[in-house]
Design a protein around this ligand. Structure first.
Ligand SMILES: [Zn+2]
Length: 315
């Protein structure tokens, strides 16, 4: 990516001016979705003409593609402009956005719509399997929620086990990844490591046996502390991330995070943490639109399905 490519409004006034029309939003989105120009998803051909219904008609194979197909905005009946407002709002909240606030700002008739939008956008905040951490990564786990103490090697009931991967950047923390895991077994931890860290990286852990196999997966494994208490007594960088995360959950969601929603919050926190030094809120907006464009669209029914597995109310 060359300088000048990251093009975004830097304040509300610029945002309002820039995205005053649906057409302006579509043009912006088009640049982020196809940075090298349109490419037919069917045959890869780069030439297309725009139909009256704003579909890209491939000159080679004749397949018509909509700008929003294959993004999280696919199937939306609302204008892209309204989505842009949602993204601007979310990325401008210092701590986190909630569905009620979003509903009010956007003037949405339905709370449920606001809630669904928020969850879709949270999912776009972290793209699993992409942008994995590399370099020297400290990995440890912590319990979130619940009151009871965890037992070694198992997820304690009422608590969720979360793997924290924190990249070392000198003495500071670089980027992080957070991954909810069912337990602290080797299988769960290895999965989490592979999802979030590039092979070839140095992975530093405590002496918990669940990490013993990761050197076989292409990582250099370093045990930097002999003791091992699952979910407790964290390595320093992971410990800092864990306490910041817990404080954020407490402050933003009053700690009332239900297990089924936890992954969304972890994604939102990761997004915010990894961009904490971004001076410009506009840059966060840009990133989130970009990631929304790159993410396969999320069927609302998937989100509802996850919901209906439980008796929870929407947050
Ligand atoms: Zn084609």
């Amino acid at each position: 990516m060359y300088p000048g490519m990251e093009d975004y409004p830097t304040n509300l006034l610029e945002f309002e001016k820039r995205f005053a029309t649906e057409q302006a939003c579509r043009q912006y989105f088009q640049k982020l979705r196809w940075p090298d120009g349109f490419q037919c998803p069917n045959c890869g051909n780069k030439k297309a003409w725009l139909t009256k219904r704003d579909l890209y008609h491939c000159e080679n194979c004749g397949v018509q593609t909509s700008l929003l197909a294959g993004t999280i905005f696919q199937d939306t009946k609302k204008p892209l402009q309204l989505w842009f407002h949602a993204i601007w709002h979310i990325t401008n909240q210092k701590y986190g956005a909630n569905a009620l606030g979003l509903q009010r700002i956007l003037g949405l008739g339905s709370y449920h719509t606001a809630w669904t939008w928020l969850h879709k956008l949270r999912r776009a905040m972290v793209r699993p399997g992409r942008d994995r951490l590399e370099g020297i990564i400290e990995v440890d786990e912590t319990f979130i929620g619940g009151k009871r103490t965890g037992k070694r090697g198992r997820g304690a009931s009422g608590k969720e086990l979360v793997v924290i991967a924190a990249q070392k950047d000198g003495r500071k923390i670089g980027r992080i990844r957070l991954q909810r895991v069912p337990d602290a077994s080797a299988k769960s931890l290895e999965n989490a490591v592979q999802k979030n860290i590039e092979p070839g990286s140095i992975v530093q852990t405590d002496g918990w046996q669940g990490y013993n196999g990761i050197d076989k997966l292409g990582y250099s494994h370093e045990v930097i502390r002999d003791e091992a208490e699952v979910g407790d007594n964290l390595l320093p960088k992971a410990h800092l991330v864990a306490s910041l995360l817990k404080r954020w959950l407490l402050g933003t969601y009053q700690g009332a995070v239900r297990p089924i929603h936890l992954e969304y919050y972890l994604d939102e926190y990761t997004f915010r943490f990894n961009r904490r030094t971004s001076v410009s809120r506009g840059k966060l907006f840009y990133r989130l639109v970009q990631q929304a464009a790159a993410l396969d669209h999320i069927f609302s029914k998937d989100i509802y399905k996850r919901e209906s597995d439980t008796n929870e109310i929407y947050d």
